[in-house]
Design a protein around this ligand. Structure first.
Ligand code: SAM
Length: 282
């Protein structure tokens, strides 16, 4: 299929009289080598059902659509939907959903026949919500290959002790194997974004590392425990969760966590232990 270089992209924008919408994170991939390299990490094959978030003109789509069984593409901007229909509907395996990806109900995912691969050069304003949604839907997802802002990708994959380690790193590590597989320079996109990007490959684990009974409560707990990431955990527990400091320190001792520890250095398993101390029924 035809790859849209910068010149062709500009021509199409003019022909179709499209004004780009910054608030929708519209930056389009205009470098074919970079596109092909990024797609190589998804290992597409003829059995794959692919969900694409925000295809835009279809820069990624036209690199894989002929290799896979079917594509479900979520594009919120009607102007691009027209172009996508013209380009890909004739192929017969392209389904366009003109809607906000984040509004897709769980029933839609359950109606898919087997697990899907999710791909996106994500609109940066919703990169994290997209990842949270994929974590919720992980039983339906074989892998997700997402291009995100470099710093965001570093948070997804950070280890304890690193400055980027936080709530999302803990969740990723419990539910997935996540890896930065490729860096993309700013000038592979038009308009050029202010930040550079990385492609992150996320593969949900068959079983999470711990069985978390109340996932919603745990997700609410994580940003709170990391809100004072450099403070000693008993002080945070007391300040935020009103835990009795002495009793909390004793409970920490029982699970072999030093009272001098700080959230930023604790592995996900210890963060989870602290959650169960604060929420004994969870
Ligand atoms: N995939 C294209 C590419 O690589 O050239 C476009 C990527 S651009 C960074 C993000 C795309 O996501 C835009 O086409 C934008 O209109 C679309 N988009 C933004 N918010 C969306 C949402 N909530 N749901 C679905 N698509 C969205």
């Amino acid at each position: 299929m035809e790859f849209l270089t910068l010149t062709k992209t500009l021509k199409l924008l003019e022909e179709k009289n499209i004004n780009l919408k910054k608030y929708l994170g519209q930056h389009f991939l205009i470098d074919r080598n970079c596109r092909d390299k990024t797609l190589s990490f998804a290992d597409f094959n003829e059995k794959d059902t692919v969900v694409e978030i925000g295809p835009g003109f279809g820069a990624l789509t036209d690199g894989f659509i002929e290799k896979v069984k079917e594509v479900y593409a979520f594009e919120i901007d009607p102007a691009f939907c027209e172009i996508l229909k013209e380009r890909f509907l004739p192929l017969g395996n392209f389904r366009l959903l003109q809607q906000d990806f984040l509004d897709t109900p769980a029933e839609w995912w359950d109606s898919m026949n087997g697990k899907v691969k999710v791909i996106s050069n994500t609109p940066y304003y919703i990169s994290s919500p997209i990842v949270f949604r994929i974590l919720e839907l992980r039983k339906n997802v074989e892998l997700a290959l997402l291009t995100v802002q470099k710093e965001v990708g570093e948070r997804f994959t950070a280890s304890p002790g690193s400055k980027n380690y936080g709530a999302i790193s803990v969740l990723m590590s419990i539910y997935c194997h996540a890896k930065i597989c490729y860096s993309l320079k700013r000038d592979v996109f038009f308009p050029k974004p202010e930040v550079s990007s990385v492609a992150v490959k996320i593969v949900p684990l068959e079983n999470p590392k711990f069985n978390i009974v109340d996932e919603r409560k745990f997700c609410e707990f994580l940003p709170l425990i990391f809100s004072f990431r450099r403070k000693k955990v008993p002080n945070v527990a007391n300040k935020i969760f009103k835990a009795d400091k002495k009793a909390f320190m004793k409970a920490l001792e029982r699970v072999n966590i030093s009272p001098d520890e700080r959230a930023e250095n604790l592995p996900p398993g210890d963060i989870y232990k602290i959650f169960t101390i604060i929420n004994p029924s969870s």
